[in-house]
Design a protein around this ligand. Sequence first.
Ligand SMILES: [Cu+2]
Length: 158
Amino acid sequence: MKTHSHFKIFKFFSSLLLLVVFSANSFAANITIIEPYARAVPGSQPNSAAFMILKNNGTNDRALVNARSSVSKVVELHTHKKEGGMMRMRRVKQIAIKADSEAVLKPGGLHIMFIGLKQQLNPGDNVDLELMFDDGSQQQLSVPVKMVAGMKHKKPIH
Ligand SMILES: [Cu+2]
């Protein structure tokens, strides 16, 4: 039964292919992005930031190592640190996302900083954002722009 064995070989290879596709898929899906948003800013303000929860579903520690967007000249990973009684923003090389845990990016804490905005960010707009992780995987996001309560009275940070 030659045709039969050929069919068996075909079946074997197609399931192998399916397995490869499936593993590649789950590899990239180890980090879930929860409720991303970017801060709406008045037209004159040069900078903004994006916030979200990065959930690591995997068994390995991960880190966010870089981010890209077309809305600003520069995109940096930032945190807030208390220095001399003042909260200041500092650039960080990466944001750790421990295995089976999550990293919370929020106003006053870790954030993705947009420096030198090329456009206004109005509520209802969407910001393209590409996240790069330490395992080489990437995620493309479309992040909605929202008003962030309590930021209105703060002096713009340059
Ligand atoms: Cu910042």
